[in-house]
Ligand binder design. Structure first.
Ligand code: ADP
Length: 450
């Protein structure tokens, strides 16, 4: 069943139930109050009859009773055997079918005859002429109440129908109001799936309700998907472009060797060197691409102390490069939760960049600031123009492509470092000035409960 039909059906049924409940209550309440009034009135009348009978013992009782007979009713006197002591007193023979019996206490009831008419009946014990106890039965056929109940029934049915019509219309409007944006969403999704499109939904509903939120969330999702899809496309095209360059160099040197290698032995050494260098570059690139593609969740996180980690990387670089690398560690131990190999990789990337893009002394600082482990990698090198500082963390972004290629750069190092640090809940920032140098600062939350 469609959502629209469900809403409509549910709201109409609910309203119908409510109307039925209210109207039935009105009907029965009205009946109860009216019948009770009639009974009270008849009971008073019966009391008056009894009092009059007592006050006038000499007047023949049937004579007296005749004076009290209700317009639409009867008066009966029943002896202890359940027989009538005098013929039923009535203005219409049709009322005499009412059943009777002897009872020795007062009784007030509303009864119904075979045709469904209401009758108010009051029975009261009296002392009859012969000194015996008898039952006085006074009954009144509630013709007016009958008619009133009929009229009320039709009025309530008509009122129910009149209320139900706007309810059905309101249900229809409500379902349309709710369904329309959902239908639009489904249609747009189908178009997007079919046409590989990123179509957005026009935001019409300004009331900032859930439907508005649904549409804006969908639009935001589409924007993010589009952006990530474009990034992926860009990444694949950049990656293949980057791989193409060393491949074509290798290919051209292989062809050169084929054509002129035999006759030219120096060419062989030169070509092999270039081929080896380009193969290494390709290997580095492929490894870095794999690093980026790896599922970061797959790396287990455990407590690590940054002090020995930074010392170790510092020693490796100090031994490998002929460069002064100043190390300053303010703490005895700096604990974070993370993956040792990945954090080492971040320090490697920052230090090798500092070495690549500077010629003077490099400094490495490790300290704690407001529950964050902070690592500063400072160089006095070429610096980074302000407008480029944000973009250097993008994949394959290199400021000076020619120079970067010379230094073996792929443009992936900072992107990898950024992803790793983000995955550790931290940030990497850069402060740099052209010609003066750069400071890369890594902030990673400290381990609070080791
Ligand atoms: P690459 O492999 O090219 O070094 P990165 O992602 O590590 O790639 O860096 C991106 C670019 O940012 C580099 O090409 C370089 O232009 C610039 N860069 C990175 N670190 C430094 C630095 N310490 N000093 C100056 N420029 C830097």
């Amino acid at each position: 069943m469609k959502l629209k039909t469900k809403i409509q059906l549910f709201s109409s049924l609910f309203m119908l139930l409510l109307i039925l409940l209210v109207n039935t209550s009105i009907y029965f309440l009205f009946y109860k109050i009216s019948a009770e009034n009639e009974l009270s009135r008849l009971s008073n009348e019966t009391n008056t009859i009894v009092e009059t009978l007592q006050a006038n013992p000499d007047v023949p009782r049937s004579q007296l009773l005749k004076a009290f007979v209700p317009e639409n009713g009867i008066i009966r006197v029943i002896d202890q055997n359940g027989e009538e002591l005098i013929p039923t007193i009535t203005k219409s023979e049709s009322y005499t079918q009412l059943a009777y019996e002897f009872i020795d206490h007062e009784k007030r009831t509303i009864e119904k005859d075979e045709q469904g008419h209401y009758i108010a009946v009051v029975m009261k014990p009296i002392i009859w002429e012969n000194g015996e106890v008898a039952t006085l039965q006074v009954a009144n056929f509630l013709i007016a109440l009958d008619e009133m109940m009929h009229t009320l029934f039709y009025v309530l049915v008509a009122a129910s129908l009149i209320i139900l019509i706007p309810t059905v219309i309101a249900g229809n409007l409500l379902s349309k109001f709710v369904i329309q944006p959902i239908q639009k969403l489904i249609e747009t999704m189908k178009i997007n799936i079919h046409d590989k499109n990123w179509q957005l939904i026009e935001v019409e509903n300004e009331s900032k309700d859930e439907l508005y939120e649904m549409v804006t969330t969908f639009n935001e999702l589409m924007r993010q998907l589009k952006e990530s899809f474009k990034k992926q496309e860009q990444f694949v095209s950049d990656a293949s472009h980057e791989l193409k360059t060393p491949l074509s160099i290798i290919k051209s040197y292989a062809e050169l060797l084929k054509r002129r290698g035999k006759a030219n032995p120096e060419l062989i050494t030169e070509s092999i060197d270039v081929i080896e260098q380009e193969a290494e570059r390709m290997q580095l690139l492929v490894n870095q691409l794999l690093d980026l593609a790896k599922n970061k969740q797959a790396f287990p996180h455990e407590p690590i102390d940054l002090v020995p980690l930074v010392k170790k990387v510092h020693r490796i670089f100090a031994d490998a490069y002929d460069r002064k690398i100043h190390l300053d560690i303010a703490e005895k131990s700096v604990l974070i939760k993370g993956n040792e190999k990945q954090i080492e990789q971040v320090v490697y990337i920052l230090l090798s960049n500092a070495i690549k893009y500077s010629e003077k002394e490099i400094a490495l600082y490790l300290y704690v600031k407001q529950q964050f482990a902070v690592l500063d990698v400072i160089d006095k090198g070429i610096g980074i123009p302000e407008e480029e500082q944000k973009r250097i963390f993008d994949r394959f972004y290199r400021i000076d492509k020619a120079r970067s290629r010379q230094t073996g750069g792929t443009g992936l190092g900072l992107a990898i470092a950024n992803e790793i640090v983000k995955h550790h809940g931290g940030t990497i920032e850069v402060v740099s000035e052209i010609g003066k140098g750069s400071t890369f600062t890594v902030n990673i939350p400290m381990l609070t409960n080791p």
